[in-house]
Design a protein around this ligand. Sequence first.
Ligand SMILES: Cc1cc2nc3c(=O)[nH]c(=O)nc-3n(C[C@H](O)[C@H](O)[C@H](O)COP(=O)(O)OP(=O)(O)OC[C@H]3O[C@@H](n4cnc5c(N)ncnc54)[C@H](O)[C@@H]3O)c2cc1C
Length: 196
Amino acid sequence: MPAEPALTAEPAEPADSPDPLEFRRAMAEFATGVTVVTAVDGDEPVGFACQSFASVSLDPPLILFCADRRGRSWPRIRAAGRFCVNVLGEDQADLCARFGSSRGLKFEGLDWDLSPHGTPQLRDVLLNVHATVHAVHEAGDHDVVIGRVLSVRVHEAPGGVWRRPMLFFRSRFGVHPPDVPFAPDPWGEGDRWGWG
Ligand SMILES: Cc1cc2nc3c(=O)[nH]c(=O)nc-3n(C[C@H](O)[C@H](O)[C@H](O)COP(=O)(O)OP(=O)(O)OC[C@H]3O[C@@H](n4cnc5c(N)ncnc54)[C@H](O)[C@@H]3O)c2cc1C
């Protein structure tokens, strides 16, 4: 009979824990959607690409995202106190590039709409989730941001044509066969902020 795993195993020594690149590479095996989190700070729209978005609670409706504290948008979103999570479709790689890099154009030359909540809605996305900043938990080099949902808007597909969601897997868009290698640095920005 196989031995049962010891339930009292000592926790791994810190020396065994993965370094940031190894960890990022491992987590890249977990495919996610991609969102852009937006807000208006003062009279200026701000936003960043974010894959660490999840639903937390149904009643009350809560969501979360994780924000790198080195990013320049998150402190401004926090100051604004309310934000919109824009869930991207497969064909919106341009929006991901705009908002996913410090060299991205962000809102420059982009058409967008101000929602009744005072949050920026990007056009032609799959879903808008409008929320207030409900709680912020420090976690390592990121903040875990809990949002209290104000409203959701699922966008009807134009002409009833179903649109596929953007998928991010192994640091690339879409799901590729195993012989397509992990993209360690798709935006050529070095390994500064460690997103998967
Ligand atoms: C698919 C995808 C998923 C992502 N998911 C997440 C996520 O879940 N959470 C998350 O926090 N991020 C995530 N990112 C990364 C994030 O979108 C980018 O880092 C984005 O640029 C952050 O925007 P920002 O406006 O906050 O910061 P930016 O102003 O764009 O700055 C980003 C980084 O560059 C540095 N920087 C900016 N300008 C300079 C300069 N002139 N000199 C030196 N350093 C500079 C900033 O200090 C910061 O560290 C993701 C990116 C992609 C593409």
